[in-house]
Design a protein. Structure first.
Length: 204
């Protein structure tokens, strides 16, 4: 079971395979893993103790960032995510902790959640994907339907008030045109976030 894996100079944490979206461009459609991680499909979800043990085995003299991002939406296991992040900060407050998310944590957990990341997470990266709510529905296929897009924007705004860095992302061309990227940048900045254009990369 792959709980932690290396991507470039960061350690990634694979908490779950559950996700409320089924994005048309998701790497999960292309293979069992990424960047030589091995299979990220979990036979079962790791316990908090297993997540902590896997993190404790990492050489943080070499890796200075931990990213909660695997083959599922990490806020599906919000309590485990927050407890593991708190453990990392207690071990070394200078470690950078990032969460890659679709921004639907409030809907997943049926409560406001952005404030819970304060002091535990340094950066939240949110998949904006498009400036158009209707296109978001067809592209990301969220189980929450039309409630998803406004909930994602609300989460981003509240996250920006609670963590030092919020980044919103879109997939670059040909998925997102230059013109749409500009509109997405304006949305991100209006919420207190910055925009990052990420390349589409097939699983390795």
């Amino acid at each position: 079971m792959t709980v932690t894996y290396q991507v470039k100079n960061s350690i990634y944490v694979n908490l779950t395979n559950r996700c409320p979206c089924d994005c048309t461009f998701c790497l999960r459609h292309n293979g069992p893993g990424v960047y030589g991680s091995g299979s990220l499909w979990l036979e079962r979800e790791p316990t908090l103790e297993e997540v902590v043990a896997s993190l404790d085995s990492c050489d943080f003299g070499r890796f200075r960032e931990v990213v909660f991002c695997g083959y599922g939406e990490p806020t599906e296991r919000l309590d485990v995510l927050l407890a593991a992040a708190e453990h990392l900060k207690a071990f070394d407050a200078s470690l950078r902790v990032r969460v890659n998310t679709n921004g639907l944590s409030d809907l997943v957990n049926s409560r406001p959640t952005a404030a819970l990341f304060a002091g535990k997470v340094d950066c939240i990266s949110i998949s904006l994907n498009t400036d158009d709510p209707a296109e978001y529905l067809s592209m990301c296929r969220p189980k929450f339907g039309e409630a998803a897009y406004p909930a994602m924007l609300k989460f981003a705004r509240e996250a920006a008030a609670n963590v030092s860095s919020v980044v919103m992302t879109v997939v670059g061309e040909p998925v997102t045109s230059i013109e749409k990227q500009a509109r997405c940048r304006a949305i991100a900045e209006s919420l207190g976030a910055t925009l990052r254009v990420r390349p589409y990369e097939p699983a390795i």
